[in-house]
Design a protein around this ligand. Structure first.
Ligand code: HMG
Ligand code: MG
Length: 303
């Protein structure tokens, strides 16, 4: 299949990236990160999660953060919603786009959201109905699509089953999460073809963590399969506190470098993004995981 002409990058660092950081990050740094990401040309920036602060203390400032975000025409700030309580709180601060999150693994579902897959889908049903009434855009994640930290291999048909229920409920976009980064290109291609039996490619996104260094190869395979929405996180920040062994997400700078090389348009400026990756990594006290980002910043400094 022909590669897409345009790819939509969904930047998840303020949520997936920061949720795994152990020391609390001040609100002004989170806001500056989002502002810098927007300045690089990213138009979809997952801002935070309206989850229980007991489960993810790092994002306990979700309402305050969202209320303080500069609302810019053309930029959307989706947020994660686990239940009606989260949705009510999100609506009160003017959220326009949400993401619910289920899993293809029973054990991960239980550990991550304290519910079986079935219970979680039943919990999301009223969230989705209410969100529709308010005219919100709704994305859904399915986690552990290529493997689970507790159950190992996951059958692609199970992913299809969960993804299809969410799609039928009215979620416009389904993001398939390789939560622990165990997927390889062959499995990625098989997964996409299986899920595409019921869900159109333009309603699918891919979300890779990069534990085994396979994320870029998996993304290239995804593009070949006709996927045109890719999740990524600046500097490769990320991980899930309830998925032991999960490394960061694929770095947005690395994905962008590859997309630029393929002549695929994104609207994002790689230099601004690379500087943002180094800036946030410096703040967090670790080296950026983006090889492209580090190389670009080094080159800029040498000039
Ligand atoms: P629970 O303990 O079963 O819920 O957690 P509960 O209803 O019994 O409530 C417990 C307490 O939390 C109560 O407070 C509630 O009020 C409060 P208390 O009475 O004890 O003082 N609470 C809330 N507070 C604020 N906002 C809320 C909310 N809900 C309850 N929305 C629950 C169930 C789903 C809430 C919990 O398990 C949870 O928040 N889990 C979130 C875990 C999480 O955020 N994981 C990471 C995101 S998923 C991910 O990273 C994967 C992804 O990136 C894709 C991929 O990589 O695969 C998306
Ligand atoms: Mg993730």
């Amino acid at each position: 299949m022909q590669l897409p002409f345009h790819v939509k990058l969904v930047e998840v660092s303020p949520r997936d990236g920061l949720q795994n950081e152990s020391s609390l990050i001040p609100l002004n740094i989170k806001l500056e990160l989002i502002q810098r990401l927007a300045a690089s040309g990213l138009t979809t920036i997952e801002a935070t999660s309206f989850v229980s602060p007991k489960w993810v203390p790092q994002l306990a400032d979700h309402a305050e953060l969202f209320a303080a975000l500069p609302k810019i025409e053309g930029i959307s700030y989706p947020v994660l919603i686990p239940n009606i309580m989260g949705l009510t709180s999100a609506l009160s601060v003017g959220v326009k786009e949400i993401a619910v999150f289920a899993a293809a693994s029973e054990t991960f579902s239980q550990k991550n959201i304290n519910a079986s897959i079935q219970e979680s889908l039943a919990r999301f049903a009223p969230v989705i109905v209410t969100a529709k009434e308010y005219g919100l855009r709704i994305r859904a994640y399915v986690s552990c699509v290529l493997g689970c930290p507790y159950e190992g291999k996951i059958n692609p048909n199970k992913v299809l089953e969960v993804a299809d229920v969410l799609y039928q409920m009215g979620c416009e976009e389904i993001s398939l999460g390789d939560t622990i980064g165990v997927g390889t290109p062959l499995a990625t291609g098989q997964l996409i073809r299986t899920v595409n039996k019921k869900i159109p490619l333009n309603a699918l996104a891919m979300h890779f963590h990069d534990t085994y260094g396979q994320a870029l190869a998996n993304i290239y395979t995804s593009l070949q399969e006709g996927i045109a929405t890719i999740d990524a996180s600046v500097a490769g920040l990320g991980g899930c506190p309830y998925a032991p062994g999960a490394a960061g997400n694929v770095a947005t700078e690395d994905v962008l470098y590859m997309l630029n090389g393929l002549g695929i348009e994104t609207g994002v400026d790689i230099n601004t993004l690379a500087k943002t990756g180094v800036w946030i990594s410096d703040f967090l006290g670790h080296t950026s995981r983006s090889k492209a980002g580090l190389a670009i910043v080094r080159l800029c400094e040498e000039r």
